[in-house]
Design a protein around this ligand. Structure first.
Ligand SMILES: [Cu+2]
Length: 314
């Protein structure tokens, strides 16, 4: 699902205005309507085409990328589709609301609307919070909301952007005891085992691309439900790292950055040379069960890769 289709901006254009203080170009706040359906369906989780009975936002794991600008008002609608068997809910880490109200569960056939403002720029997790939350997350009910800074100069300009969401995958999606005991069998990026890694899985047909010298921005979420991620670009160094994606939380030239379950970060990567880096969770039992994403740096990089709707490779 293309996230653009979810949006219906109240104001036709993003009116850019110049703030008098500081002379930084700022994007005017707008109201954005976002609707996401909870869908229970079979979803493929590896390059061999195997599937499991997932619970999803929008029919995919992860759910749609929601992208707004700092200051925007989000008028959100959650639809729990009639054919579903379970209650669902949504918890946006970018929102400051009442957990017992906005984030409450709805039954199949019900719809819930609530409004929040994106007060802080950054990259934030969203997930289902219905009981048992560990199972709703482990089965695939997670995604990312990117809140771009209203100050367009707050971050260095990125040439390409990619979303990577890490999660643990369980053999039996009905076995919540195995989830409580942390008995996962593989680790996925964007819902797939070695999804972007033709080195460890010859059947992988996708990877990330950029040109040498380009600034590649990774919006990273650790959906968990339980494991930490020590994110490292093999043969590279993170140029800038922003905790929760906030431009004020910058660190430089990190080899690895640890992101706990339920947390997120923005990480910039620049390769001065052609060739490959491999973005991994450096915890080896995570990497070697699927948490590896190859990024190829080449002058022939697809000009469309990592831009617009292509920041989350399905
Ligand atoms: Cu759910």
């Amino acid at each position: 699902m293309k996230y653009k289709r979810l949006f219906n901006t109240s104001f036709a254009a993003l009116a850019a205005s110049v703030a008098l203080a500081g002379f930084h170009a700022e994007v005017a706040a707008k109201t954005v309507q976002v609707t996401i359906n909870a869908v229970e369906k079979d979803v493929v989780y590896n390059n061999q085409g195997d599937s499991y009975h997932a619970w999803t936002f929008g029919g995919d794991v992860p759910g749609p990328v929601v992208r707004v600008t700092e200051g925007d008002t989000i008028e959100f609608t959650l639809v729990n589709e009639e054919g579903n068997k379970n209650s669902h809910s949504i918890d946006f880490h970018a929102a400051r609301v009442d957990v017992t109200n906005e984030f409450d569960s709805i039954k199949p056939g019900e719809t819930k609307e609530f409004t929040f403002t994106a007060d802080n720029p950054g990259v934030f997790f969203y997930h289902c919070g219905s009981d048992p939350m560990i199972q709703h997350i482990a089965r695939g009910m997670y995604g990312v909301i990117i809140v771009d800074p209203k100050d367009k100069d707050a971050l260095p300009k990125a040439d390409r952007e990619y979303v990577l969401i890490q999660a643990e995958h369980y053999d039996n999606p009905d076995d919540k005891n195995a989830m409580m005991k942390n008995q996962w069998v593989s680790t996925v990026f964007n819902g797939g085992v070695f999804k972007y890694d033709p080195v460890h899985d010859p059947e992988a047909t996708r990877w990330l691309q950029a040109k040498p010298g380009e600034r590649v921005r990774i919006y990273f979420v650790n959906a968990g439900p339980n494991e930490y991620s020590t994110l490292h670009p093999i043969a590279g160094i993170w140029e800038n790292v922003y905790a929760s994606g906030n431009p004020k939380n910058v660190q430089y030239a990190l080899q690895s950055y640890t992101i706990g379950p339920g947390d997120a970060a923005t990480l910039d990567l620049i390769s001065p040379v052609p060739g490959a880096n491999a973005i991994v969770d450096h915890a080896m039992n995570h990497a070697l069960t699927g948490a590896i994403a190859v990024i190829m740096f080449s002058d022939d990089a697809d000009p469309e890769a990592g831009k617009g709707d292509n920041i989350l490779i399905r």
